[in-house]
Design a protein around this ligand. Sequence first.
Ligand code: PBG
Length: 332
Amino acid sequence: MTTYGSFPGTRPRRLRTNPVMRRMVAETRLHPANLILPAFVREGISEPVPISTMPGVVQHTRDSLRKAAAEAVAAGVSGIMLFGVPEESKKDALGTPGTDPDGILQVALRDVRAEVGDDLLVMSDVCLDETIDHGHCGVLDAEGRVDNDATLERYAEMAQVQADAGAHVVGPSGMMDGQVGVIRDALDQIGREDVGILAYTVKYASAFYGPFREAVASSLRGDRKTYQQDPANAREALRELALDLEEGADMVMVKPAGPYLDIVARVADAADVPVAAYQISGEYAMIEAAAEKGWIDRDQAILEALTGIRRAGASSILTYWATEVALKLKDQ
Ligand code: PBG
């Protein structure tokens, strides 16, 4: 037989012959412990409200959120990331519900901690877009620009009330300069050195956040390009990483995940802390929509997308499928 390179002596297909072989040689494994469930809780509703652009995801009531948290624990999920949606009439120019101890996010943090104790890492979003009337991630100055340093003061107070309400970990997601350092300081000042910071270190100005804006009833007009990163940039991500590590981030996140796997890989190479990636609303919606049309195999596509994010180097993945996937992984 003619030889072509090392063929026919070398045949990689031998390692793919059957499921047990493939399982043994798999280089990447997904485990329930890798998963974090993002969840929305809305004030003033008596039934969960479906989010039409994210089939299967709801805005929770306080009760249904507790239940979802308990289910996540039972499935072996590691964490839950909470987003609060206050009553529309309570939103204002400062995002006051975000620092009100009785604001929906703080109420939900207490509820969930009462439900899960330390069996689930309870995390909360530190950002103003859910509570502010214009929908930006920060407060505005007289010219209508997002005011970085004034916003930091709000974030500091938010992190403190979230810690008081029971957050194990806070997640600053607004991409303000200095946010990690200011929040670390604010937590330490109230004696909460124990509360961790999962920094949204690399967050791109992405079209794939679209469905999330419905989920949190955001009123944003315009875009977030003066604070979120340009999708064209990769070296800038490493600069953000260096800054967040200097400021005291315990874990760093890349977001979105799927379209930015090269960034996940570069950050994982460069970081000496755990790396998370957020598979966002649009990534979720694309798979659900294509599957609903019968164009792709839903379950396989979900596992493939999540495995890709793990393979790129993320040890934690925020995904709206966390509980469902964790249950499936448990059965295997
Ligand atoms: C900001 C925030 C956003 C998401 C999480 N935190 C929205 C944004 O930056 O526009 C998006 C999450 C998703 O799309 O699933 N608080």
